[in-house]
Design a protein around this ligand. Structure first.
Ligand SMILES: [Zn+2]
Ligand SMILES: [Zn+2]
Length: 329
């Protein structure tokens, strides 16, 4: 402990001027500053979150500080301000239920001691501090949704207010933009099979092969409600019990065939109709694939669908699709 250096950081070279509270013009203000400082040190120690490691012995008295005319940097002293103590105590209170592990404390110290942007890890004098829990909630939400494990790790120590997280406005803005783009890309691929469970992907594949093997034998139109029933009951076989949106299923089938299948409706019923010539296409394609096995999962229910399609007398199909048999032109 060198009393000529800052009582708190003991730094030998720091451009910031050193101040001795006893130089205060106000009577007793210096002693009061020492008293308040020592008191806060005790409180910080109690909750195990001293803002900086102190070389000061634990039982140091106000008298000793006065004798040595202890000095400090204003910035160092501020770390022990009442407001900082309040915040630290509140944080401990909030965290006391869960993870007050020493690891979390260490992570907190790493984040808050480094004056760096939470996003880019760069320093800068244009850093902003997170002051509201709303910001914390928004950023965490974005990080979790984007599975940004790096940022999630940084934020694991506590909320951003408590860990005194800082950020560049431009980085925050960029992150929000990235999130917006991410959300957009998610909603664009929502109709693709990517977000399906394996069971759903499998069921769709089976439904597609079933339709193809049906088409191969001349059945070119399918009632959407029947396809939907098939899909749902097959999913149930696979122990997936969920409601499936008809329109979404329809769109996925249409998307799968890229224009080789069309939707027709009379206002009540919707059917999907393969375009003419699909059989030849499919025959070639099926030869190259070994998906027949999957198709047979539906063979038992195939009759049901065929009968169902036949039993739609009121349904009129434009073009040559009025028959469910394909006649080569
Ligand atoms: Zn200092
Ligand atoms: Zn930044």
């Amino acid at each position: 402990m060198n009393w000529e250096f800052c009582l708190i950081c003991q730094a030998k070279e720091k451009p910031e001027p050193l101040k001795c509270p006893l130089d205060s013009l106000q009577d007793g203000a210096g002693i009061e500053a020492y008293r308040s400082f020592l008191n806060n040190v005790v409180e910080f120690r109690k909750i195990g979150s001293l803002p900086v490691e102190l070389k000061l012995k634990e039982d140091i008295s106000i008298e000793e500080l006065c004798t040595y005319r202890a000095v400090w940097h204003k910035s160092c002293h501020l770390k022990f301000a009442n407001s900082k103590l309040d915040r630290a105590q509140q944080k401990i209170k909030r965290k006391s239920t869960a993870d007050s592990s020493s690891q979390a404390k260490k992570a907190k110290r790493q984040v808050s001691d480094q004056n760096v942007c939470i996003f880019c890890d760069e320093q800068g004098n244009d850093l902003h501090q997170v002051l509201t829990l709303e910001v914390d909630r928004d950023v965490k939400e974005m990080a979790v949704q984007m599975k940004d494990s790096q940022l999630i790790g940084k934020l694991a120590a506590g909320d951003m207010v408590a860990i005194e997280a800082k950020y560049h406005s431009r980085c925050m803005l960029a992150y929000k933009r990235k999130y917006t783009a991410y959300v957009k890309s998610c909603s664009e691929t929502e109709t693709s099979a990517n977000d399906d469970s394996p069971a759903e992907a499998r069921t769709l594949a089976e439904l597609i092969s079933f339709m193809e093997s049906s088409a191969e034998s001349g059945i070119l139109l399918f009632k959407l409600s029947s396809l939907h029933d098939l899909y749902v009951s097959r999913l149930r076989n696979l122990h997936v019990d969920k409601s499936v949106n008809k329109t979404r299923l329809k769109n996925r089938i249409i998307e799968h065939y890229h224009g080789e299948i069309q939707e027709q409706t009379d206002g009540k019923n919707t059917v999907l109709v393969f375009s003419q010539g699909i059989e030849t296409l499919l025959k070639d394609a099926l030869k190259k694939r070994s998906c027949e096995e999957e198709a047979f999962n539906f063979v038992n229910v195939a009759k049901y669908i065929r009968n169902d399609v036949f039993q739609m007398p009121r349904f009129s199909f434009p073009q040559s699709a009025s028959s469910n048999q394909y006649h080569p032109a």
